[in-house]
Write a protein that binds this ligand. Structure first.
Ligand SMILES: Cc1cc2nc3c(=O)[nH]c(=O)nc-3n(C[C@H](O)[C@H](O)[C@H](O)COP(=O)(O)OP(=O)(O)OC[C@H]3O[C@@H](n4cnc5c(N)ncnc54)[C@H](O)[C@@H]3O)c2cc1C
Length: 288
C-alpha cells in the first residue's frame, strides 16, 4: 500500500529537530530507520502530516564508553551495535539481541533509538534495556531530561515521551566483568517478532547468584522487568527448585494478548521456558 502524503524535513541538529516538531504540532513525527513507522504508514495505521528525519544529525550517532557506562546515540543502527567493540566487550547481550531482530536489511537501517522509542511490546530492545537498568536521554522544546527504561513504558505504543520530544541517547551501566547474560527468543520464523523472549544479566560469586536482573518481551502491553523473579534467584545456586519458583513469579506478571503467535496461556509458558534457558546460558557464561 502507499502511505498518505506528508511533508519531509531533514534537520541537521537536535535543536532544529525539536524546534520543527514543536512548530509542526502533534501530527508531525520523527523518523529514524523507518522500519516500524513506514510499514504503519503504508497500512494507514499512522498518517503523519510531516516527517522529521533524524538521519542528518551527527550528534545522534555513535557508541562510547563513559566511565563505567556505555552511551549509545539514538541513531545508532542495530548493525553498528553488532559491529561495536565497546558493545562486544561490555554489553554482549545487546549483540545477541540485535542479531535476533529481523534480518540484515532491517538491521542496517533500524536504529536503537527507534526500537526503544516505538513502544511496540514486540520490540526486543526495551526489555533488555529494562534488564540492564538503562536510562533514556530525552530532548524537547523545553529542554533535556532523563527517564529510566523501567519507568518509560506505559502501554502499547504509549511511553513517557512528551509530544515533540525525542530520544537522543541511551546510557547503560556496564555490568561487571565476568557477568553472565543471555537473550532467549522464541519466534516462528526468521524476521518474526517474539512469541515470548527473556533477557537475563547475572553475576555469580562462590557458586551463588550475587545479582540477577530479568526482562521479558512481548508477553504484556509493555516490556516487563521481572523484579521479584530476580530477587528469588539472588543468593541461590540456580538450583532447579529455586529456578522453578522464580520462573513462576515471572510468569505471574505476564498478560499476553492472543495473536497469530498463540494463546495467552501458551505465550506465558513460553516466557517461562525462555527464562529457564536464558538463566542456564547466563550461568554458563558467568566468569567465562
Ligand atoms: C520485517 C521486519 C521485522 C522486524 N522484526 C523485529 C523484531 O523481531 N524485533 C524488533 O525489535 N523489531 C523488529 N522490527 C522493527 C525494527 O527493529 C525497527 O527498525 C524498529 O522497531 C524501529 O526503529 P527505526 O529506527 O526503524 O524507527 P522508525 O520506524 O523510524 O520509528 C519508529 C517510531 O519511533 C519514533 N522514533 C524513532 N526514533 C526516535 C527517537 N530518536 N526519538 C523519539 N521517537 C523516535 C518514530 O516517530 C516512530 O513513531 C522489524 C521490522 C521489519 C520491517
Amino acid at each position: 500500500m502507499i502511505p498518505g502524503s506528508f511533508d519531509y524535513h531533514r534537520p541537521s541538529s537536535v535543536k532544529e529537530a525539536v524546534g520543527l516538531l514543536a512548530q509542526l504540532g502533534e501530527d508531525a513525527r520523527a523518523i529514524a530507520g523507518g522500519h516500524s513507522l513506514i510499514p504503519m504508514m503504508k497500512l494507514r495505521l499512522a498518517a503523519p502530516s510531516d516527517l522529521v528525519d533524524l538521519g542528518g544529525i551527527a550528534d545522534l550517532k555513535g557508541i562510547k564508553a563513559d566511565g563505567n557506562d556505555v552511551v549509545i546515540g539514538a541513531m545508532t543502527t542495530q548493525h553498528e551495535l553488532i559491529d561495536s567493540k565497546v558493545i562486544h566487550d561490555k554489553l554482549p547481550i545487546l549483540i545477541e539481541t540485535a542479531e535476533l531482530i529481523a534480518d540484515p536489511q532491517v538491521r542496517y537501517l533500524g536504529t536503537v533509538g527507534g526500537n526503544v522509542a516505538n513502544g511496540d511490546p514486540g520490540n526486543d530492545m526495551p526489555a533488555v534495556m529494562m534488564c540492564l537498568n538503562a536510562t533514556y536521554h530525552l530532548t524537547g522544546k523545553s529542554g533535556d531530561r532523563t527517564v529510566a527504561a523501567r519507568d518509560f513504558y506505559q502501554g502499547a505504543y504509549f511511553t513517557a515521551l512528551e509530544p515533540g520530544e525525542i530520544v537522543t541517547a541511551i546510557r547503560i551501566p556496564a555490568p561487571p566483568a565476568g557477568h553472565g547474560s543471555a537473550y532467549q527468543k522464541l519466534k516462528r520464523k526468521i524476521g518474526d517478532y517474539a512469541t515470548a523472549a527473556a533477557a537475563v544479566v547475572l553475576t555469580m560469586k562462590g557458586g551463588k547468584v550475587e545479582s540477577c536482573s530479568i526482562g521479558l518481551t512481548n508477553v504484556a502491553e509493555t516490556p516487563l522487568w521481572a523484579e521479584e523473579a530476580g530477587k528469588i534467584l539472588t543468593g541461590s545456586s540456580l538450583d532447579d527448585a529455586t529456578v522453578k519458583k522464580a520462573v513462576a513469579a515471572a510468569e505471574a506478571i505476564t498478560s499476553p494478548a492472543t495473536d497469530r503467535r498463540g494463546t495467552p496461556q501458551y505465550r506465558t509458558k513460553m516466557a517461562g521456558v525462555m527464562l529457564t534457558r536464558a538463566l542456564a546460558r547466563a550461568k554458563q557464561r558467568a566468569g567465562a
